[in-house]
Design a protein around this ligand. Structure first.
Ligand SMILES: Cc1cc2nc3c(=O)[nH]c(=O)nc-3n(C[C@H](O)[C@H](O)[C@H](O)COP(=O)(O)OP(=O)(O)OC[C@H]3O[C@@H](n4cnc5c(N)ncnc54)[C@H](O)[C@@H]3O)c2cc1C
Length: 485
């Protein structure tokens, strides 16, 4: 009997289970997924209530990275994926307390439409002139590892960074752009600089290339997609398929410790496995144990660190050094007539320098019109970003108050909401800060010392859903190509 145990039933762990049963020439006889919570999906959480579809975590995934689309096709749900509203596509940025439209013509979030940039009130004239210097400044030869903030400031100036680029890019990580590693988050921006001599020049070339490939209207296909009744569909389809494939799926099973049994003996003093295929023993919170010679840890890196610390303190220290930000989403529904402002777009983002506790607000009922009944507005406020956690009261009431204040200040909404849903995500968003690529490189090198053990999840090579799916696939490849070599 060959067995694979996967710890963590988020999208990475579930995808790993699926690939373990469908990819290797000799799949394991038994695949067991262990999840501490009472539901599958981790950060993917959808509530369907009174005709509303409410996402607690992610609401779409990027179609360009192939792994989300590929898995959806294999699960037979690709035809349920759709893009966001193609008609009312405005996005706004909060600027000195007012909503200003995002200038058109952004390519990879870099401005490429000069008329739009000249017209925008988001950037002052000196700021616009500074942006134009991007055409004159030569690429930096070897700047070392830069933060997103350093890089964009170097190319486009600080004002463009703070007013435009920071809220768009840092929001994805709920992070601090002055700390996020450019290489780990948006490596293609540095590639554009090197290849084309400047950022805007590079973005223009990318735009031309996209036009060439996608015809005259490359924007007609949505970059982001999602299943009709929420991302939980992906999890539901995956769990159903895993059931058909005979996977043992155990909820409410928290793994508290990982022990190693080396062919029946304890491990040596150096705490290195003595055999080529050590046996791992998992200890559950309820006292039960389970043994397997192949284990994938698809848990947040601070949990993985706790499990590995007794055997590999060096690896545990590297894992633990990945910081996480806490975040929350607050969804509120209103009668449209109680929303004084027209919800004519996807919503708005809030630059850090505005000093608000909210990060962004999605106008869900416009972005995905079928996710709210006719005549209702569904709004989702993101709260919490790296470095500002202490300013927030992490309770349902506290978060709801922040969200309602934000909606009142910016949209003028004072009515009582028809319904509210608060999702709190403590230590949820790994921060790919400067140093992350080197740290992950060392983590992946260190894990090689442990045959039969692999890591998956959003802590390492990408936090988006497609990246997490890919991480599960890669973990399976590591374990099963090991056995066949
Ligand atoms: C608010 C929010 C919005 C987001 N928006 C988007 C978006 O629009 N698009 C996008 O692509 N991505 C988005 N993301 C990121 C994306 O959702 C996550 O990176 C991804 O879902 C993480 O998947 P994962 O499997 O790596 O981790 P998780 O989903 O965190 O899964 C890990 C699982 O391990 C379990 N676990 C932990 N410890 C133990 C233990 N000791 N024993 C057993 N089980 C354990 C946990 O309960 C959890 O279920 C968003 C994230 C958040 C929080």
């Amino acid at each position: 009997m060959t067995r694979l145990v996967i710890v963590g039933g988020g999208i990475a762990g579930l995808a790993a289970a699926y690939y373990a049963l469908t990819r290797p020439q000799q799949p394991p006889d038994e695949v067991i997924v262990l999840e501490k919570d009472d539901r599958w999906g981790g950060k993917i959480a959808t509530d369907r209530v009174d005709g509303f579809v409410i996402e607690g975590g992610p609401d779409t995934f990027i179609a360009m990275k192939p792994w989300g689309m590929a898995l959806s096709r294999e699960l037979g749900i690709a035809d349920r994926l759709h893009g966001s509203n193609p008609v009312q596509k405005n996005t706004y940025i909060l600027h000195k307390g007012r909503l200003l439209p995002l200038p058109g013509g952004l390519t990879m979030m870099i401005p490429t439409d000069f008329r739009g940039m000249l017209a925008t009130g988001l950037i002052s004239w000196p700021g616009k002139v500074r942006m134009g210097l991007d055409f004159l400044l030569p690429p930096a030869k070897s700047p070392g590892e830069e933060s997103l903030g350093q890089f964009v400031t170097r190319r486009l100036g600080r004002e463009a960074y703070e007013a435009l680029i920071e809220p768009l890019m840092s929001g994805i990580y709920a992070g601090d752009g002055d700390k996020l590693s450019l290489q780990a988050t948006f490596p293609y921006l540095r590639d554009l600089e090197i290849k084309h001599g400047g950022l805007v020049r590079g973005a223009l070339a990318a735009k031309r290339e996209r036009m060439r490939k996608g015809g005259s209207n490359p924007g007609s296909r949505s970059m982001f997609v999602t299943p009709k009744t929420g991302l939980a569909e992906l999890v539901e389809a995956l769990v159903a398929r895993l059931g058909e494939l005979g996977t043992e799926l155990r909820l409410e099973t928290q793994v508290d410790a990982l022990d190693m049994v080396d062919a029946g003996r304890s491990t040596n003093k150096d705490r290195r496995p003595q055999t080529a295929s050590p046996m791992y023993r998992l200890h559950f919170a309820n006292g039960d144990t389970l043994e397997s010679d192949r284990v994938i840890l698809a848990t947040p890196s601070y949990v993985t660190a706790r499990l590995l610390r007794p055997y590999d303190p060096e690896l545990a220290a590297l894992l633990e050094a990945i910081p996480y930000a806490s975040t929350a989403t607050v969804t509120l529904a209103y009668d449209l007539q109680n929303v004084p402002r027209s919800l004519d777009g996807y919503g708005y983002v809030i630059p850090r320098r505005e000093g608000r506790r909210a990060l962004a607000c999605t106008w869900t009922s416009t972005k995905f019109p079928h996710r709210a009944p006719e005549g209702k507005a569904l709004l989702r406020v993101f709260v919490g970003r790296a470095g500002q956690e202490a300013d927030i009261e992490w309770t349902e009431e506290g978060l709801l108050q922040i969200a309602r204040e934000e909606l009142q200040l910016t949209l003028g909404i004072t009515a009582e909401p028809l319904l509210t849903r608060v999702f709190i995500w403590p230590q949820a968003m790994p921060q790919y800060n400067v140093g992350h690529p080197a740290r992950v490189h060392r983590i992946m090198a260190n894990i090689q010392r442990w045959p039969g053990l692999a890591l998956a999840g959003n802590a390492y090579h990408g936090i988006g859903i497609p990246d997490c799916i890919h991480s599960g696939e890669m973990a399976v490849e590591r374990l099963f190509s090991q056995s066949s070599s």
